[in-house]
Design a protein around this ligand. Structure first.
Ligand code: 2HG
Ligand code: ZN
Length: 475
């Protein structure tokens, strides 16, 4: 596909249909839409469409289908895989959902909320809170990512252990199909066995099968009691054992269980202002854990304290701090949430968003760390994150005093080795960040051929013109 001629017939038609507030086409205004959050890609586009209603999205898509113009749906631009960035061809229209951002309805008795795709996640959390309810999706980028992006990438975050991924939070969906028809599955039902569950097709499809315009999502009782702690451990195996003990003791109250290796805390301590490192002697691993219950429960902290006490006595834990105030809780969370930024400030890094059965993580780590060292001697493995979900951000920083370019040259070999090992151990090379443009080749390489061919058939039957986010998810 090549850049449209400035007199391409569809440009004025699109402008006319959207109205003066409904698009951007000046170079300065287009700029923020041309590159992804990680700056892996830089594309180009003649126009960013800004429809404000589902009907307007449908008419943009209908016109694009008529003129065979590819569409790149765009939310908060926080994708880790370049899923919302136009290609370099300059022939694709960006479709920003940011004006389609209303919370349409909170149904407190049904514990549900109907919200439009461009709504910022933090705004949705507030709307739930204002209604005395709770929306649990919690991400580092929640102040700028959108519900449509969360749905399209099936976002994860730090409360998956208790509440599931975005897919698990969806009751109904409204989608504009690649031919401009509106698929109305916006039912707020927990039970609905009426044939194929079509909405699931569009969740995690990264805009390649249609444009999600609204969703009905589950709400929950607001947690009223919290207990937060950071503990020190000698190994990943001990962390897995601790998780089992916690779940046995308090069940679903375990919301968060995040692994933080010493190397990650070291980066945070060096690069992030006003952090308080919890332990004088940094243990090989820390875990940030949070328990929560909907009803006020003054015992929750005491129960966690007792559990940690017996963990210390038995030698499972080497250290522990319990948050005894809101300020302390926030300090502990800041240590975890600052890791991505600290690693970015440290310089180049190679990221692998992997998942395995939680039980397989210790064995994986035992093999993966020496494997990294055999490819890039003295590279620093910063494998952190959602251990409770079996999902680690197996990120690698260069050995100290290494040129970024020399290090990054090893990226493809490292990725191959890490992903091969993940595959061999029954895991996934994309746990929560999606495929986007970055991992199209990985999907081709690792996905079951029957699954891949079904995916291609679905793409072909829903989007025969190939105009929905081309080059993302599938080549
Ligand atoms: C997190 O869990 C994010 O903090 C970012 O998913 C992970 O930077 C990363 O690799
Ligand atoms: Zn993550």
């Amino acid at each position: 596909m090549t850049k449209p001629h400035p007199a391409a017939p569809w440009l004025p038609v699109l402008r006319e249909s959207l109205g003066p507030d409904g698009y951007l086409d000046q170079a300065g205004d287009l700029e923020p839409f041309l590159s992804d959050w990680r700056k892996l890609y830089r594309g180009s586009t003649p126009l960013v469409a800004l429809p404000a209603t589902t009907a307007e999205v449908a008419s943009v898509v209908r016109l694009c289908a008529e003129y065979r113009v590819p569409i790149v749906p765009h939310g908060g631009n926080t994708s880790y895989c370049g899923g919302a960035t136009p290609s370099e061809s300059g022939a694709e229209v960006v479709l920003s959902l940011r004006r389609l951002n209303r919370v349409r309805e909170v149904d407190t008795a049904n514990y549900s909320v109907t919200v439009e795709a461009g709504c910022i996640l933090a705004r949705l959390q507030e709307a739930a809170e204002e209604a005395g309810r709770y929306f649990p999706m919690s991400l580092g980028s929640e102040g700028s990512c959108t519900v449509g992006g969360n749905l399209s990438t099936n976002a994860g975050g730090t409360a998956v252990l208790r509440y599931g991924m975005m897919r698990d939070l969806v009751l109904g969906l409204e989608v504009v199909l690649p031919d401009g028809r509106i698929l109305d599955q916006l039912r707020c039902l927990r039970k609905d066995n009426t044939g194929y569950d079509l909405k699931q097709l569009f969740i995690g499809a990264e805009g390649s099968l249609g444009v999600i315009t609204a969703a009905c999502l589950k709400l929950f009782p607001r947690p009223a009691a919290h207990a937060t702690a950071m503990v020190g451990l000698n190994s990943v195996a001990d962390a897995v054992t601790l998780l089992g003990r916690l779940r046995d003791a308090v069940g679903d109250a375990v919301v968060t269980f995040e692994l933080i290796p010493a190397a990650a805390l070291e980066l945070v301590g060096r690069h992030i202002d006003s952090v308080h490192l919890p332990f004088e002697m940094p243990p090989p691993f820390c875990v940030l854990m949070e328990l929560a219950l909907p009803a006020p429960d003054s015992d929750l902290v005491a129960r966690l304290e007792a559990l940690l006490g017996s963990g210390l006595e038995s030698g499972l834990l080497c250290d522990a701090v319990l948050a005894d105030s809101l300020a302390r809780r926030e300090q502990l969370w800041k240590l975890r949430e600052s890791i991505p930024e600290a690693q970015t400030r440290e310089g180049a890094s190679l990221k692998h968003d992997i998942s395995l059965p939680t039980s397989a993580l210790p064995g994986f780590m035992a093999e993966a760390v020496p494997l990294v060292d055999s490819i890039i001697p003295a590279a620093r493995v910063i494998a952190y994150g959602h251990l409770g979900d079996g999902n680690l951000h197996f990120n690698v920083s260069p050995p100290t005093n290494t040129e970024a370019a020399d290090f990054l040259e090893q990226g493809p070999a490292l990725k191959r080795a890490v992903h091969d090992l993940v595959k061999a151990r029954g895991g996934s090379f994309s746990a929560e960040h999606g495929i986007g443009r970055l991992k199209v080749g990985e999907l081709e390489r690792y996905e079951d051929p029957v699954a891949l061919s079904l995916m291609r058939q679905l793409k072909q039957s829903l989007d025969p013109l190939g105009i929905m986010n081309p080059g993302k998810v599938l080549a």
